[in-house]
Design a protein around this ligand. Structure first.
Ligand code: SF4
Ligand code: SF4
Ligand code: SF4
Length: 460
C-alpha cells in the first residue's frame, strides 16, 4: 500500500531524502487546473498590474514625505519582503504572476514592434549584465535612501517595467526575463533552496515528438524563455508561468514538493551566479546592517569619507571577505568538487546568505508595519492615527535573529549533508565540522553587525 500524501510530504521534508518528490499536480488536481486555464493567471496578473500602477503613480505624483505616501511600504515592506519570503516556499513562482512583462506581451500580441530572435550578445553577456544590475540596485538602495523616496522607488519599478517592455518589443518572448532581469536572477538563484520545483517527467518527454511546451501549438504560445518544460533541470531560468501545462498533451510538467536541500546539494552550488551572488549578497548585507550603527558612523566622522564611499568600502571588504572564505572552505573539499571557478563551498553559505536577505527585509517590514494605516490615512485625508502601532525593537530583533539562526542551522546541516549524502564518506567528518564552524562564525559576525548599538542620528 502506498503512503498517504501527508506521510510522503513529511518524509520528503524531514528525512533529507534528496531524490524523492511529491507531484502536487497529482495530489491537488485543482492546482493543475489553475495553471492550465490561462484566464486564472490573467486575473491574478491584472490585479497585480493595478497594484503596481498604483504604486508607480503614487510614487511619481503623490506626496514625497515618507510619512504620507504608502507607495514605500507597499513596494519595500509588503511586495519585496513577500517575494523574498516566497523564495523559500514556492521558489520562482512570483515570476509566473509578475506584472512587469505584461506590456511587452501585449505589444507582441498586437503585432507592434518587430520582435526578432534573441541575438548572441544577449545570450552571452545578459547573465553578467543582470548581475551588474543587481549589484547596482542593492548599492543604490542603500546609498541613495531609495526606501525613503517614493519618487526613486517609482523610478526603480518603472526602470524594470521599461526594460521588460523594450526587450519585449525588440525580441521574441521574454528575453528580459531570461537574460537580464536582476530580480529574476536573484529569485532564480534563491529558488534552488525552495521546497517546490517545476520539472518535467523525463520518461514522458523522451517519447515526445511535438515539443509543444517549447514551440507552442494551435495558437497557444510556447515557452516565453525559450526553454520548454523538457529543458528545465534547475530552478534558475523557468518562470513557473505554467504555459507548458496547457500545451503539453503528455501530462509531463509537474510541480513537485521536494527537500529544500535537494537542488543545492545535487547541483553542488555549480551555478556560476553563486560565484558572484553569494559573496556579494552577504558582503552587502554586512554593509547594510552596519549603516546607522554607532561604530560605523564614528568611523565615517573620523575618516571624513562620505556615507556613500564608506558603504562602498564596507561592501567591497565584505565581498572580499566572503569570497576568500569560500575559497578557504573549498580547500577542505575533495578536489573533484571545486569545479574550476565555482565551488560546492558556495552551497554551504547559500542558506545563511538568503536568510540574511530575508532578515534585512523583515526588519524593515516590522519597523514600518504599524505606521502603514496612519500613512495611508494621511495620504488620502482620513485620520487613521488610532490604528497605528509599534513593534518593539526587542521583538523585531528576536524574529530577525530567529530567521538568521534557521539559515545558520541549514548551512551547518549542508556541511554535514556534504559528508553524508553527497560524497559518500570522501569528506572526513572533521572537515564537515570545520565547514559548520565557518558557518557558525559567519552567524556570529551577522549578529554583531545586526545588534550593534544604533547611532543616535542616523546618516542614512
Ligand atoms: S524575470 Fe523579472 S520581469 Fe521577468 S517575471 Fe521575473 S521578476 Fe518579473
Ligand atoms: S513537456 Fe510535454 S510537450 Fe514538452 S517535451 Fe515533454 S512531453 Fe513533449
Ligand atoms: S518551462 Fe513551462 S513553466 Fe517554465 S517558463 Fe517555460 S512555459 Fe513557463
Amino acid at each position: 500500500m502506498s503512503d498517504s500524501p501527508l506521510k510522503k510530504a513529511l518524509r520528503i521534508l524531514f528525512t533529507f531524502n534528496l531524490y524523492e518528490r511529491l507531484n502536487l499536480f497529482e495530489t491537488f488536481p485543482w492546482l493543475k487546473q489553475f495553471f492550465s486555464h490561462r484566464r486564472n493567471l490573467l486575473l491574478v496578473r491584472s490585479a497585480g498590474d493595478l497594484v503596481f500602477a498604483g504604486i508607480i503613480l503614487s510614487g511619481l505624483f503623490g506626496p514625497q514625505d515618507p510619512q504620507r505616501n504608502v507607495a514605500l511600504f507597499l513596494a519595500w515592506g509588503i511586495w519585496w519582503t513577500s517575494v523574498v519570503l516566497s523564495w523559500f516556499f514556492v521558489g520562482k513562482l512570483w515570476c509566473g504572476f509578475c506584472p512587469f512583462p505584461g506590456i511587452g506581451r501585449i505589444l507582441q500580441k498586437a503585432g507592434i514592434g518587430s520582435p526578432r530572435p534573441v541575438p548572441p550578445w544577449l545570450r552571452k553577456h545578459g547573465p553578467s549584465l543582470s548581475l551588474i544590475l543587481l549589484g547596482a540596485i542593492i548599492w543604490a538602495e542603500a546609498v541613495t535612501g531609495m526606501r525613503s523616496s517614493p519618487f526613486a522607488t517609482a523610478l526603480l519599478l518603472l526602470g524594470i517595467l521599461m526594460g521588460a517592455t523594450i526587450f519585449g518589443a525588440l525580441y521574441q518572448g521574454q528575453s528580459w526575463c531570461r537574460f537580464l532581469c536582476p530580480m529574476g536572477k536573484i529569485i532564480g538563484s534563491a529558488a534552488t533552496i525552495s521546497m517546490i520545483e517545476f520539472r518535467p517527467d523525463a520518461m514522458r518527454c523522451r517519447k515526445c515528438t511535438t515539443f509543444a511546451c517549447r514551440k507552442g501549438k494551435e495558437g497557444k504560445l510556447g515557452c516565453p524563455v525559450y526553454l520548454g518544460a523538457f529543458n528545465v533541470r534547475d530552478s534558475v531560468d523557468c518562470l513557473v508561468c505554467g504555459r507548458c501545462v496547457s500545451t503539453c498533451d503528455q501530462n509531463s510538467p509537474r510541480l513537485n514538493l521536494r527537500n529544500p536541500f535537494s537542488e543545492m546539494l545535487l547541483n553542488r552550488g555549480k551555478s556560476l551566479a553563486y560565484r558572484y551572488i553569494i559573496p556579494f549578497l552577504m558582503g552587502s548585507q554586512l554593509a547594510r546592517f552596519a549603516q546607522g550603527k554607532e561604530w560605523y558612523e564614528v568611523l565615517i566622522l573620523q575618516s571624513g569619507v562620505s556615507p556613500a564611499a564608506a558603504f562602498t568600502l564596507v561592501l567591497a571588504l565584505g565581498y572580499a571577505f566572503f569570497w576568500l572564505l569560500i575559497r578557504a572552505g573549498s580547500l577542505l573539499l575533495p578536489c573533484n568538487t571545486r569545479l574550476g571557478q565555482v565551488s560546492t563551498m558556495a552551497a554551504v553559505f547559500i542558506p545563511i546568505g538568503f536568510t540574511g536577505e530575508l532578515m534585512y527585509r523583515l526588519e524593515y517590514f516590522l519597523q514600518d508595519a504599524g505606521s502603514f494605516l496612519p500613512t495611508w490615512g494621511r495620504q488620502f485625508g482620513v485620520d487613521l492615527n488610532a490604528w497605528g502601532f509599534t513593534v518593539a525593537t526587542s521583538h523585531i530583533q528576536f524574529v530577525c535573529l530567529a530567521v538568521l539562526a534557521l539559515g545558520a542551522i541549514s548551512s551547518c546541516t549542508t556541511a554535514f549533508l556534504l559528508n553524508r549524502a553527497e560524497f559518500h564518506g570522501t569528506l572526513p567528518m572533521r572537515r564537515s565540522f570545520m565547514l559548520a564552524l565557518m558557518s557558525a562564525a559567519v552567524f556570529a559576525i551577522y549578529v554583531f553587525f545586526f545588534v550593534a548599538t544604533p547611532a543616535p542620528h542616523p546618516f542614512s
